[in-house]
Design a binder for this molecule. Structure first.
Ligand SMILES: CC(C)(COP(=O)(O)OP(=O)(O)OC[C@H]1O[C@@H](n2cnc3c(N)ncnc32)[C@H](O)[C@@H]1OP(=O)(O)O)[C@@H](O)C(=O)NCCC(=O)NCCS
Length: 165
């Protein structure tokens, strides 16, 4: 898809970020979160993303269609160089290259902000996620068996990482 514009998110993007996140929660392919979130939750989340922990959005024809964030992996200073990644694309825009564009951009931001590594946690059955991460050079660290429960079923969670330096 052409014409994907990436920019740093502002507080005015919260409603769109929330909507897209809730689609990911409802679809049961992205996160162990089970209940949809409200604006206050998302605002509090946004305010925790300060300084190096950036949030970016993707726009197509002036509409926000996806977002990505660098999250704190751990409060221990030994992990200051490690960022945890979140990435969510609006349902109707998945599989069209928006995630790839966001991921490429946020890797650059991570480097600029002295992160040497990005980690992420994904479900092994998330085909678009797996396709994207492997293509972008993420390595499978391993699979936590029966790591969570979604709708009464155990779910495996795969840890992946990409070294940036
Ligand atoms: C996972 C997600 C972020 C990927 O973003 P996306 O915009 O859909 O992905 P892209 O279109 O940029 O890239 C997908 C890549 O996967 C591969 N792919 C495409 N269709 C595929 C399929 N059916 N099966 C496997 N791989 C596939 C391709 O390599 C493709 O890249 P290419 O077409 O440029 O070669 C997005 O689908 C999403 O938001 N899903 C719901 C929320 C979510 O799962 N978030 C991630 C939590 S870990």
């Amino acid at each position: 898809m052409n014409n994907i514009n990436i920019r740093v998110a502002s507080i005015d993007d919260i409603e769109d970020i929330l909507f897209i996140y809730n689609e990911g929660i409802i679809d049961r392919i992205a996160t162990l979160e089970t209940t949809i979130k409200d604006k206050n939750y998302m605002l509090e989340w946004f305010h925790r993303h300060k300084e190096r922990y950036k949030v970016i959005v993707a726009e197509v024809e002036g509409k926000t269609v996806g977002w990505a964030s660098l999250n704190q992996y751990s409060s221990r200073s030994a992990y200051d160089g490690v960022a945890d990644l979140s990435i969510y694309i609006k349902r109707t825009y998945r599989g069209k290259g928006v995630g790839g564009t966001l991921l490429s951009y946020i890797e650059g931001i991570a480097k600029e902000n002295d992160f040497h590594k990005i980690v992420l946690f994904t479900f092994p059955f998330n085909e678009l996620g797996q396709g994207l991460y492997k293509k972008r050079g993420f390595r499978e660290v391993g699979v936590f068996k029966n790591q969570g429960i979604l709708d009464g079923q155990y779910i495996d969670v795969m840890a992946m990482e990409k070294l940036l330096f």
